[in-house]
Design a protein around this ligand. Structure first.
Ligand code: ATP
Length: 466
């Protein structure tokens, strides 16, 4: 092969008529190769394959072009809004959609969907009973609805392979897509969704519970309890109210002095004396929410606790009930050998917190104040401590009068007379060294008419004594 090439080069240079030019490397194919070449050239299958390949490449390019074109067009003509379930707007939007779907009015935005999810909420009735309410919301998939004359596509997607680390809830996103020219509808729609959610909570108390490291509303917002309906020993309610109101007005004062803006309250006393009821009523009267924290909860660690306390929703009181129980070994160990994994020092650190600029109001309750470590109740962690005791004679009288007063079944004079009788009964009990719980009195009132309630109390206390 080398000799052939050399021969070609030399013969070209020997011709005087041929202008000098770059030598042409005329490489001759070996016999076998030319045979294959000839075979392929004449082979219709090969040519067809080659043709098909060409068509495939062409189609791929076309497809790429279409994809690029569509993306460009989408970018220019459509606008998308992504809301993920970390954001509060997520629940608001789904609630708004559910509300729109339930609406029968034609003028309202509507939604038709074949993929629905259910959210069950527990609603508390006025008489204290509760019922389950089912809210149908858009399930994972694609949905369409018309809002203010514009079509909007909603894609709800759920991440099945990963979950939110702390809460164990799958990641979810809702993506709204509409024409670019209607982009102004998004803020409007979100405001409407927020207002709807807020309207549902207006005049109501929202209780949040810890869900991993997050706070989530627990059940439906509850009706606020009037503060005066929780009858405490004279002066206690006023003292706590004044303290918290003054604290809430002094944010700047704390900031100027570099003092962490937080206040801790401890309400202690026997069971059923109204500690929890009072804190909830107080929160409602100030339009605050409650974040209920259970220190004995399985899986709660120092880190999670710290995170929860530092990230409580705005305008909320953190309520830690039975604070003594979490560090009481007997209660801490359950039948399956589980132990709460928060440490006492971790709890103290979480109470002190790092984000000192944030407002933080913590209420703790206990039935056993004597069991609490002095480190927990030192000023800075507990700034105001109050005993909420069993019924005093005056409390019993006031509760009775509130319970039965203003009714058509009984005159006001009669109510006052019976209330006085109850006061004397409770006074006598006290003198005999016995206590009457406010919860027990309420139980008696709920079951009976005014007269029967007094007869019941007489039977329960006086008759037993004699
Ligand atoms: N001082 C009170 N005034 C009006 N109602 C009261 C009072 N104390 C208790 N009750 C009633 O008794 C029930 C139990 O009260 P609550 O749960 O607030 O007591 P508690 O002191 O927090 O009890 P525990 O220490 O067991 O948690 C509630 O339904 C509440 O309405």
């Amino acid at each position: 092969m080398t000799s052939n090439t050399a021969a070609n080069v030399s013969s070209t240079s020997q011709n005087p008529l041929t202008p000098p030019e770059a030598p042409i490397m005329n490489v001759e194919q070996p016999a076998g190769a030319s045979l294959i070449g000839g075979f392929l050239e004449n082979n219709p299958y090969f040519q067809a394959g080659f043709g098909l390949m060409g068509v495939g490449v062409g189609l791929t390019i076309l497809r790429q072009g279409v994809v690029l074109g569509t993306t460009a067009l989408r970018r220019r003509m459509l606008v998308t809004l992504e809301i993920n379930n970390k954001d509060r707007a997520y629940e608001w939007f789904l609630g708004w959609m559910a509300n729109s779907a339930a609406s029968t009015s034609r003028s309202k935005p509507w939604m038709r969907s074949h993929q629905l999810s259910v959210e069950t909420m527990i609603e508390q009735r006025k008489n204290g009973s509760s019922s389950a309410l089912f809210k149908l919301v858009a399930g994972p998939g694609t949905h369409w609805f018309k809002y203010d004359g514009a079509w909007i596509q909603v894609k709800r997607e759920r991440e099945t392979r990963s979950m939110q680390l702390m809460s164990g809830v799958p990641w979810e996103t809702v993506t709204l897509t509409t024409l670019s020219r209607d982009r102004d509808l998004f803020p409007k729609l979100l405001s409407e969704a927020r207002d709807l959610a807020m309207r549902g909570q207006e005049g109501k108390l929202v209780i949040h519970t810890a869900w991993g490291t997050e706070w989530r509303p627990f059940g439906l917002p509850r009706r606020k309890r009037p503060l005066q309906s929780v009858v405490l020993e004279t002066g206690i309610s006023k003292k706590i109210q004044e303290d918290i109101k003054s604290f809430l007005q002094r944010r700047q004062w704390y900031a100027d002095r570099g003092i962490p803006y937080r206040r801790g309250y401890l309400l202690h006393g026997p069971p059923g004396s109204g500690k929890t009821s009072f804190i909830q009523a107080l929160a409602g009267s100030l339009s605050y929410d409650i974040c209920l924290l259970n220190l004995s909860e399985r899986g709660l660690t120092d880190d999670k606790l710290n995170h929860l306390l530092s990230n409580a929703p705005e305008r909320s009181f953190v309520l830690i009930e039975d604070v003594d129980a979490a560090f009481n070994k007997r209660v801490q160990t359950t039948e399956d050998g589980y132990q709460s994994s928060i440490t006492f020092s971790g709890f103290l650190n979480a109470l002190d917190g790092v984000a000192s600029g944030e407002e933080r109001v913590i209420f703790m309750t206990t039935n056993h104040v004597e069991r609490l470590d002095p480190a927990l109740i030192r000023p800075g962690r507990v700034d105001l401590s109050a005993l909420i005791d069993d019924a005093s004679p005056v409390q019993a009288r006031t509760l009775f009068a509130q319970f039965y007063g203003g009714s058509e079944d009984i005159s006001e004079d009669e109510v006052q007379r019976l209330a006085k009788t109850l006061e004397e009964i409770v006074e006598a009990e006290r003198n005999a060294g016995r206590r009457v719980s406010m919860a027990a009195l309420q139980g008696m009132f709920i079951r009976n008419s005014a007269k029967d309630a007094i007869a019941g109390c007489h039977e329960l206390f006086v008759a037993k004594r004699t």
